[in-house]
Design a protein. Structure first.
Length: 69
């Protein structure tokens, strides 16, 4: 598949606006909900795709890990 690049945390709590933080979320009191592989041209496109998911909106977060080829 590829080598994981630098991750980005994506939040959009209550749909109030997208907030991103570079780097992994190393620790969480919340359970890990799973993972998905999506195809996007850029990291910004991937952030746009995940910013309205239930996890990002409902006070959780989604980590975007780009794959380097």
């Amino acid at each position: 598949m590829g080598i994981a690049g630098q991750p980005v945390q994506v939040r959009n709590h209550d749909g109030a606006g997208v907030d991103t933080i570079d780097g992994p979320f190393l620790r969480s009191d919340l359970p890990l909900a799973g993972f998905a592989i999506i195809e996007a041209a850029t990291v910004e496109d991937a952030i746009s795709l995940v910013s309205n998911t239930p996890c990002a909106v409902a006070h959780g977060l989604v980590e975007v890990w780009p794959l380097d080829s």
